[in-house]
Design a protein around this ligand. Structure first.
Ligand code: AMP
Ligand code: GLY
Length: 422
């Protein structure tokens, strides 16, 4: 089978790695891909139409989309209209990620537990609401803002500034509508599931580390590391998430006649009164995917084909018992300004320790691999238990160097704390 994968980050490298293991894969293309994907042919097309032309011309049997932007632009509509098989929701359904007010309406209409929220298109009214409610409060730009449109404000003045920034265009069009949301507290978990409109099939649980610094301090980032499974999601909580979130999601997709043959990512806060939805994404999480796919024994091509063809009821997923940990190595300064172009060494040595090194912000320059982004690498390892997986991942990390290499030293700390307490 010929497969086209779209994207260039660590998540896509993990997808390419897993797709490459399938005996069904004869040729893997990646648009644009990254230097780590040695098994993929790079493709330059980047618009839905050009990608569909490429897929038609090269007899692509299956297209998998990594990032959200193209899904929100309607790539699935373009491919489907031309009879090309693709995994993902159509443009309308992709608003579950592309518009936080659309997602909130969906959650309310179908009874999914979530934080109370109000939507504002006027700065004056948003500020008046803030004066009535005070802090802590969460300010969210409605549209896609590259992971930067959510401000968890602990004081009213911080919230006021965030509201003003949104309406002043700090997040472009995404901020012309703003949600003010109840601030929830608890432990977060990421639940990813495949959904084809008839069946919803959850993947193993995982947890991301959004803050830049050890101890969950510092600014929010795209994700500094992840691990799977997330022990906070025990059997009882899984049952609750299935009954209160996943099954109502599937019913909602059916009742609203959404075209959804893709991945739904539920960002969950486990509060004292049960799991609450923080957000939906309509694609694999990054870096959760690196940890989750490292544990998947099933053939990913078969799984994604079944998703695109609405045959998910035929699939049973099989997982490694071993937990997985992914430590993200970033450029110094990320998520703020950082310099790039620094040579990277030690990837092979890290892989000799048994770690898998997924590349994200890298490029080739004069035949050398150099840094090219904020999140540079995701060093991933399995282990007999969480402690061993953590040790294995960091053993890999220690072999790698580039100028300004920065990473968190406490990935999976909540899982380890939980084990110590048990
Ligand atoms: P998002 O960009 O939507 O993934 O949100 C980023 C992060 O903001 C989440 O992972 C949470 O840590 C935090 N967050 C979002 N909504 C809330 C909320 N209602 N209460 C507390 N924290 C939140
Ligand atoms: N890890 C968070 C995300 O992919 O949005």
């Amino acid at each position: 089978m010929n497969i086209l994968l779209i994207g260039s980050g660590g998540r896509e490298h993990a997808l390419a790695w897993k797709l490459g293991q399938s005996p069904h894969t004869s040729r893997l293309y990646c648009a644009p891909g990254n230097p780590g994907m040695k098994n993929a042919v790079p493709v330059l097309a980047d618009t839905p139409t050009d990608l569909a032309d490429f897929a038609a011309l090269n007899h692509i049997d299956l297209t998998m989309v990594g990032p959200e932007a193209l899904l929100c632009e309607g790539i699935v509509d373009v491919f489907t209209d031309r009879g090309l098989r693709i995994v993902g929701p159509d443009k309308y359904a992709a608003q579950l990620e592309g518009s936080k007010s659309f997602a909130k309406d969906f959650m309310r209409r179908h009874g999914l537990p979530t934080a109370a929220a109000e939507v504002f298109t006027s700065e004056k009214q948003a500020l008046a609401y803030l004066r009535r409610h005070g802090a802590p409060i969460v300010v969210k730009a409605d549209g896609l803002a590259a992971g930067k449109g959510v401000i968890v404000a602990s004081t009213s003045s911080e919230a006021e500034q965030a509201i003003k920034d949104c309406f002043a265009g700090a997040f472009g069009e995404a901020g012309s509508k703003v949600l003010l949301e109840e601030c929830l507290s608890g432990e977060e978990a990421s639940i990813l599931a495949l959904c084809d409109g008839k069946t919803i099939l959850p993947l193993a649980s995982s947890q991301d580390h959004k803050r830049a610094l050890d101890g969950d301090r510092g600014p929010n980032t795209g994700g500094m590391g992840a691990y799977s499974p997330a022990p906070v999601v025990d059997k009882q909580l899984w049952r609750c998430i299935d009954q209160q979130i996943l099954q109502p999601f599937l019913r909602g997709v059916q009742q609203d006649l959404l075209h959804f043959r893709g991945i739904i990512y539920a960002g969950i806060m486990v509060t004292a009164s049960g799991p609450k939805l923080l957000e939906f994404n309509v694609r694999f999480g990054d870096p959760e995917t690196q940890a989750v796919l490292a544990r998947l024994n099933s053939d990913l091509v078969e799984v994604l084909m079944a998703t695109a063809d609405a045959r998910l009821s035929e699939i049973t997923l099989s997982w490694s018992e071993q937990p997985a940990v992914c430590v993200v190595m970033t450029s110094q300064g990320y998520p703020g300004k950082y310099r790039h172009g620094f040579p990277i060494s030690g990837i092979e040595a890290a892989e000799q320790t048994g770690a898998i090194v997924f590349q994200a912000g890298t490029r080739m320059q004069d035949s050398r691999l150099v840094t090219a982004g904020g999140r540079v690498l995701g060093v991933t390892a399995l282990g007999q238990n969480m402690q061993a997986a953590v040790a294995n991942a960091y053993r890999g990390v220690e072999k790698i160097s580039f100028e300004g290499a920065t990473y968190r030293h406490d990935i999976a700390h909540r899982a380890l704390d939980r084990q110590r307490r048990a």
